[in-house]
Design a protein around this ligand. Structure first.
Ligand code: C2E
Ligand code: MG
Ligand code: MG
Ligand code: MG
Length: 284
């Protein structure tokens, strides 16, 4: 998807071993400190209905407000957080914050727009995930139907049996799941029908090539049609241009997320969008 290719990142570390080792050491120590100091916040990107442009959801995206380096995007620190296990406390922090803020707009604006929170493979594999999620929902008072958890195929398939159990128990509690970056990893289709997945997110890579390449257009169309056959909803990620919008409308994609409508927004700006309830595509 839009995040850095892990292989390429690894090669970068190898090529600049000394510098990279120092960088990683600093990053890890700094992450620990920043988690203590709560230097992280969430930006929210609206998800729009493909025809009415009404806001049907928002995705919470982590940002690190670093005191010296400014705003750091997740592509830079999530991989280190995952490798060091720091993603567990950091992810819990993000989930709690998202649920608290979503409870806020649910109550103050009386809008029942669900929040989608990304979970990494490390979090899904953690024995305590179910308890953590349940406790956070109880604590914040957010209705479970207002929470959607975004997982990737690799997170699920790294231990499919355990993931299935965890997801089924959480789904029984009313939480929904979205499959993120679909089409970029395993694309093993057999598990799709067995898991409580509600939403499939068509990866940015397909959306960005769709209008120039017939094969990618065919794939997007097929993914959307398969999604509907399985009773799921399709969201296109990374919609940047109006030609992409027209294709996705023609293919019956359910919802859209991308810079054509809105970048991820700080909470105050998101609340204005939620109050309006609609985001029009930017003029081409
Ligand atoms: P993702 O979950 O696939 O999130 C979508 C990414 O696409 C976001 O990048 C978003 O800003 C970007 N995006 C949205 N629309 C467009 C567009 O039109 N064009 C382009 N070029 N990009 C667009 P962001 O915020 O940098 O996040 C990157 C990744 O970091 C996320 O990918 C997700 O995998 C991870 N991430 C973010 N927040 C969290 C979190 O709280 N926990 C975990 N575990 N991972 C997170
Ligand atoms: Mg992605
Ligand atoms: Mg996501
Ligand atoms: Mg994605």
């Amino acid at each position: 998807g839009v995040k850095a290719n892990p292989l390429r990142r690894y090669q970068f570390y190898r090529a600049e071993m000394t510098k990279a080792a120092v960088f990683r050491w600093n990053m890890e120590a700094d992450l620990r400190r920043a988690i203590e100091k709560k230097e992280f916040l969430l930006h929210y990107q609206p998800q729009l209905d493909t025809r009415s442009y009404r806001v049907v959801g928002v995705e919470a995206l982590l940002r690190w407000a670093h005191p010296e380096h400014g705003m750091i995007s997740p592509g830079q620190f999530i991989p280190v957080a995952e490798e060091t296990g720091l993603i567990v406390p950091l992810g819990e922090y993000a989930l709690r914050l998202a649920c608290t803020e979503a409870r806020g707009w649910h109550d103050q604006l009386a809008v029942s727009v669900p929040v989608a929170v990304n979970l990494s493979a490390v979090q899904l594999a953690e024995a305590g995930l179910e308890d953590t999620v349940t406790a956070i929902l109880r604590e914040t008072g957010l209705p479970p139907s207002m929470l959607k958890l975004e997982l990737t195929e690799s997170a699920i398939l790294s231990d499919a049996a355990a993931a299935t159990r965890t997801m089924q128990r959480l789904a029984e509690g009313g939480i929904r799941f979205a499959l993120d970056d679909f089409g970029m990893e395993h694309s093993s289709l057999s598990y799709l029908s067995r898991l409580p997945i509600d939403t499939l997110k068509v990866d940015y890579a397909f959306v960005s090539k769709m209008t120039e390449d017939r094969a990618h257009a065919a794939l997007v169309q097929a993914i959307i049609s398969m999604t509907h056959s399985l009773g799921m909803v399709a969201i296109a990620e990374g919609v940047e241009r109006s030609d992409q919008l027209f294709y996705l409308q023609a293919y019956g994609c359910d919802a859209l997320q991308g810079f054509l409508f809105s970048r991820p927004l700080p909470l105050a700006a998101l609340l204005q969008v939620l109050a309006a309830g609609i985001v029009m595509p930017a003029a081409a």
